[in-house]
Design a protein around this ligand. Sequence first.
Ligand code: 3EB
Length: 333
Amino acid sequence: MLPLTARYLSSSNLPELFSSNEQVMAVVNYGSELDFDIPANLVSVNVPLHQLSAPPITEVWLSDSDVKSATSNGIHYSFNSSILFGHVVADIPGVQNLEQEVEEKYQRISKFTKEKNYPHIIRIWNYVPDINDEPDGLENYKSFSLGRSNAFEDQNIDMVRDLPAASALGIKNGKLIIYFIASKSPGSQIENPRQVNAYHYPRKYGPKSPSFARANIMTSKGGYINYVSGTASIVGHETLHTDDIEGQLKETITNINTVLEMATRKEHKKNNILSENDLLKVYIRDGKNFALIQDLLEKETCVKKENIMYLETDICRDDLLLEVEAVSMVFKD
Ligand code: 3EB
């Protein structure tokens, strides 16, 4: 076992999970809210993005040991002896002052994880309101990136060693939704030699470069879990294959496999390409491309069909048609 593992479950099977002996740390439900009671001792996240495949699945985070949970300063969290799972939502009516809201939330999360003694943010998901809109001439994604960067600078996060893996996608309901995994021990940050490190992107992508690692690995006695950030058809720092779904998907898979290969080289021996038990989340800008993307993904990787979630949403660069994140778990035999 690993201290924390992820699994996709058919949403209708959740009541069964809750009545089992599994120690659930969090459930992340994409789509409309679940219409049954979620136990109070776990973190429940709802991200209102449409799932393109049916039946709907839910992301479930399981602990290998006792879980406790609480709320502090607007952060809902659950934890075991090595990992903390947290969730925070900001209501931003009219998406005003996004940069300040993001900076405040990131400051709060960084201080909180330090106070609780889980000081390493390993993986963070960001759902940013109206991500491609440009109020006052600055795209919301760029304001988000600026706020995050300011907070991380203030908190002295080391760009080379202590950046989390991340995803940043759009959402429509005027909310900023964040959830994260923090750890007592540091992760191992992975970058992709095919891509400029995101924290070195040139200024044309925003006044401050995006602060995230391409992947982050948590190793423990039972094996390791590799959190691969949202990955797209970017080589160097440029988007490739504009208006070409197949080209973008293939480039994205090459990038993910490169990140897995780098992880393998750094300290591990296997799983250097996507394998059947990895979990994928595929963000698709236009739902009408879903069938094509699903078809291609099934040809290009051996990830099991039930381990792939498809969501319709806007993506941070307006020329990106899709983005894919992964959780890759390797158990020691
Ligand atoms: C990219 O590679 C695509 O700003 O947190 C992917 C994952 C992307 C995370 C973020 C952005 C972020 O630049 C966009």
